[in-house]
Design a protein around this ligand. Structure first.
Ligand SMILES: Nc1ncnc2c1ncn2[C@@H]1O[C@H](COP(=O)(O)OP(=O)(O)OP(=O)(O)O)[C@@H](O)[C@H]1O
Length: 338
């Protein structure tokens, strides 16, 4: 398998290939548009190989500009961007883009090409044989949950919005890129489909472990998907770069506090697992008559169970065995970490 920067000839399996993910380093990156707009005024950010980082911030803060500078759809006017240890500003932009998958809001599929032909776009550019392309495309369609026999010959207008989005992801993964850039990938579908796509996407990422930079407006999406979240303010200023739990629990600046909102306590419960450290021992006289929740489940789910059964505590179980008791006050404290 080719692990050098040039992907020509590289293909291989779609799964379990951590060597094909690269770290990304932004070092004092700037973008001044020709009309004088300073979209990004010196942003530094490290993204580890295999990490999923979300860029979030108000409209116009420079998120898309940052994303597009990574694959040089937009040229930076200052600073450095490294992919692994290679400076992307020195790379040939066309070859660079073949190594970087890119997924956008309305997917941008070619309307007059079948699903298979759309997914095979980059392999074709790379000169792969027909058989090799076809094998890879079918493997990817399976990976994103579309049966190749049913969907491979369809045209984009014969798919639902969610199916189109999956084809977009398959296409972006086709040449086994080292990095995946996603600009509002799930915003064109309704909230129910969006949640399902997000869940599928997390499962997919657990398999392919790409380095992913994803732009969104949606804080819940950021919290659900991100290993780390970068909150940007105007001019691409980095307000905070942290795990979802740390961001919600300890906003670093007044801007972040306002951005994550008053309901951050609830959001924090969603990303906080119930661990042994917050449990009281099971009473000596046996398990209390309370509903059970699994160890490691989210504190939010535990709260939901308490509320629906009007209980003041839950029994926490590990593989069915009670390991402790969590009371409501202790649980609510988990949402109030600052
Ligand atoms: N081609 C351009 N020429 C001049 N200014 C631009 C250009 N493209 C973007 N901008 C400006 O740069 C700033 C950042 O834009 P960008 O699209 O990166 O923001 P964003 O955070 O992605 O916004 P949104 O969330 O609304 O998509 C904005 O003020 C925008 O008006």
């Amino acid at each position: 398998m080719d692990v050098t920067p040039d992907t020509s000839g590289a293909g291989g399996r779609a799964t379990g290939d951590a060597a094909r993910a690269a770290s990304i380093t932004l070092d004092a990156v700037r973008k001044r548009y020709p009309d004088g707009t300073e979209a990004v005024r010196g942003l530094s950010l490290e993204i580890k190989a295999g990490e999923l980082v979300v860029l979030i911030g108000p409209s116009g803060c420079g998120k898309s500009t940052v994303l597009r500078m990574i694959n040089r759809l937009i040229e930076p006017t200052g600073g450095r961007i490294l992919l692994g240890d290679e400076d992307v500003t020195q790379a040939d932009p066309v070859r660079l883009r073949r190594r970087i998958g890119y997924v956008i809001q309305n997917v941008g599929l070619f309307p007059h090409q079948t699903v298979r032909a759309n997914v095979a776009t980059v392999p074709r550019l790379l000169g792969w044989s027909r058989d090799r392309s076809r094998e890879r495309v079918d493997e990817l369609l399976e990976l994103v949950g579309l049966d190749p026999g049913t969907f491979g010959g369809r045209y984009p207008h014969e798919l639902s919005g969610g199916q189109r989005q999956r084809v977009g992801v398959a296409r972006a993964l086709a040449a086994d890129p080292v990095v995946l850039l996603m600009d509002e990938p799930f915003s064109a579908v309704d909230p129910i489909v969006r949640t399902r796509l997000q869940e599928e996407f997390l499962r997919l990422q657990a398999e392919v472990r790409k380095t992913i930079v994803l732009v969104t407006h949606d804080l819940d999406e950021a919290v659900r998907l991100g290993d780390r979240i970068a909150v940007l303010s105007e001019g691409g200023h980095l307000e905070q770069y942290d795990s979802p739990a740390a961001l919600l629990g300890t906003p670093a600046t007044p801007f972040v506090r306002e951005f994550v909102g008053a309901d951050r306590g609830i959001r924090r419960l969603v990303v906080t697992p119930v661990g042994r450290d917050v449990l009281d021992p099971v009473p000596a006289d046996g398990t209390p008559d309370a509903p059970a929740v699994p160890l490691g489940g989210s504190a939010y789910d535990a709260l939901a169970v308490m509320l629906t059964s009007a209980a003041d505590r839950v029994v926490v179980t590990d593989e069915g065995r009670p390991v402790g008791v969590l009371d409501r006050r202790r649980l609510l404290d988990l949402g109030r970490a600052d």
